[in-house]
Design a protein around this ligand. Structure first.
Ligand SMILES: Cc1cc2nc3c(=O)[nH]c(=O)nc-3n(C[C@H](O)[C@H](O)[C@H](O)COP(=O)(O)OP(=O)(O)OC[C@H]3O[C@@H](n4cnc5c(N)ncnc54)[C@H](O)[C@@H]3O)c2cc1C
Length: 361
C-alpha cells in the first residue's frame, strides 16, 4: 500500500472551479489537496480555449482562458503552497488520474493511477466533463501499454524544463490550434531546449488554427526553421518500450518512413467521465445530482461543483461554478467543525481572513 496522505478535503479537478474551491476552503480554514490528470491547472480554460476571450466573469470585462487561470492560481496561492520557483507542489497533484474513491472509516480514500493515496472526510468533485485525456493515434502498436513508449509525447514539458528532444529530431503531429501553438513554443524555446530538426506532420497543407499562429508557422516554414510533412500516420514500431519508426501515408497513396526520434501528438483533448461513474454517487445523464442549497451529492461529505453537477436550473458557466464552490465550502466547513461558530466573514474587514490570506489588516 502506498503512504496515505491525510487531509481535511480533496478536490478532484484543478479546473477553474476546483481552483476556486481550494481558495474558498482555505478562507474557511479547511486544508485541501487538489488532483488533476492534466499536467497543468486550468481545466477547459487551458485545454480548450487558452487564448480565446471570456467576457462574462463578474468584474473582469475581458480575459483569456489562460489569464483567468493565472488569476485564479494567484488568488488561491496562499492555500496552494508553491515552490519558490513558482512550480506547484505539496498539495497540488498534477498528472494523476483519480481512479478510485472509496468510503473508509468516516473518510474517503482516493487513489490515483500513479499510486497516490489521499484520505479526507470531505471530497469536492470538480471534474467538469471528465478527465481530460489527449487524443492519440489509432495505431495498435501505440496503444494498450499503461504508459506511452519513450519518444512519444502528448504534452509539452513545463516551462523551464529541458525537453527530451533538445538537440534531436522532433515531429509535431496535428493541424489545429494545439499543434501550431506547440510548434511555436518549440521554436521560441531557449536555444539549448530546441530540437536540431523540427517537422510538422499534418494530413494536408492547410491548418484549422488561429490566423496569427498560422501566419507565424508559415513564416517559420518559409525561413526553413520548420518542415511540413503531409500525410497520415498509419503504422508505428515500438521495441524495448521506445518508439522506433512511424509510417506516414501521403496524399499520393505512397507510404514513407520519415526520421522520427521524438513524436509530439497534438490532436486536442477529449474528456472521459471514466472512473467517476463507479464511485457510488447518484448520476443523471452523466452528471452528479446535487442539492441546489449545498451542492452535496448523494454521498454524505462528497460535493460536486462546476460543470460536473446537475440540479434544477443548472447552467454550465464559470460564474455558477464559483457560486457552487462557495456554498459547498461553507456547508462542508460547518460539517468539519460542527461546534465552531459559523459567522460570515468579509475578506475586506476580517483579521482572521487576512491572517489566512497572509495579508496585513
Ligand atoms: C470553448 C468554450 C468556451 C467557453 N466560454 C465560456 C465563457 O465565455 N463563459 C463561461 O462562463 N463559461 C465558458 N465556458 C464554460 C467553462 O469553461 C466551464 O463552465 C468551466 O471550465 C467549468 O469548470 P470546471 O472546473 O467545473 O471543469 P473543467 O474546466 O472541465 O475542469 C475539470 C478538471 O477536472 C479534471 N478531472 C476530471 N476527472 C478527473 C479524474 N478522474 N482524475 C483527475 N482529474 C480529473 C479534468 O482533467 C479537468 O482539468 C466555455 C467552455 C468552452 C468549451
Amino acid at each position: 500500500m502506498p503512504n496515505v496522505i491525510d487531509t481535511d478535503a480533496i478536490v478532484i479537478g484543478a479546473g477553474p472551479v476546483g481552483l476556486f474551491q481550494v481558495f474558498q476552503l482555505g478562507l474557511l480554514g479547511v486544508q485541501a489537496h487538489v488532483v488533476d490528470v492534466l499536467p497543468q491547472a486550468g481545466g477547459q480554460c487551458i485545454a480548450l480555449y487558452p487564448d480565446k476571450p471570456i467576457y462574462d466573469v463578474p468584474g473582469v470585462p475581458r480575459c483569456t482562458g489562460r489569464e483567468l487561470v493565472a488569476q485564479l492560481l494567484e488568488q488561491a496561492a496562499p492555500f496552494l503552497r508553491l515552490h519558490d520557483e513558482g512550480a506547484l507542489s505539496h498539495n497540488v497533484h498534477l498528472g494523476h488520474l483519480v481512479a478510485r474513491l472509496t468510503p473508509q472509516d468516516g473518510c474517503y480514500e482516493l487513489t490515483t493511477d500513479r499510486g497516490l493515496a489521499l484520505c479526507a472526510p470531505l471530497v469536492f468533485v470538480a471534474a467538469g466533463a471528465g478527465a481530460f485525456v489527449p487524443k492519440t493515434l489509432n495505431i495498435e502498436a501505440l496503444q494498450g501499454a499503461p504508459t506511452p513508449p519513450t519518444g512519444l509525447y502528448h504534452h509539452l514539458p513545463e516551462a523551464g524544463v529541458m525537453p527530451p528532444w533538445a538537440g534531436a529530431d522532433l515531429v509535431v503531429h496535428g493541424g489545429g490550434d494545439e499543434a501550431l501553438s506547440a510548434v511555436l513554443s518549440v521554436l521560441h524555446a531557449p536555444d539549448e531546449h530546441r530540437p536540431a530538426r523540427l517537422c510538422l506532420l499534418h494530413r494536408r497543407d492547410q491548418f484549422q488554427a488561429d490566423a496569427a499562429m498560422n501566419e507565424q508557422v508559415r513564416e517559420a516554414m518559409a525561413q526553413g526553421r520548420l518542415e511540413l510533412i503531409i500525410g497520415m500516420p498509419v503504422d508505428a514500431g515500438v521495441a524495448d518500450g521506445a518508439l522506433q519508426w512511424l509510417d506516414v501515408l501521403g496524399p499520393d497513396g505512397q507510404t514513407q518512413r520519415p526520421p522520427v526520434q521524438h513524436l509530439l501528438i497534438q490532436l486536442g483533448m477529449s474528456p472521459k467521465l471514466g472512473p467517476l461513474t463507479q464511485w457510488g454517487m447518484d448520476l443523471a445523464r452523466k452528471q452528479v445530482t446535487v442539492s441546489a442549497a449545498t451542492f452535496e451529492s448523494s454521498l454524505a461529505g462528497v460535493y460536486a461543483v462546476g460543470d460536473i453537477n446537475t440540479y434544477p436550473g443548472k447552467k454550465r458557466l464559470l460564474l455558477c461554478g464559483f457560486h457552487e464552490a462557495t456554498l459547498a465550502a461553507h456547508d462542508a466547513a460547518a460539517k468539519l467543525h460542527p461546534d465552531a461558530p459559523q459567522h460570515l466573514l468579509y475578506t475586506t474587514t476580517s483579521p482572521l481572513l487576512h491572517t489566512r490570506l497572509g495579508v496585513s489588516s
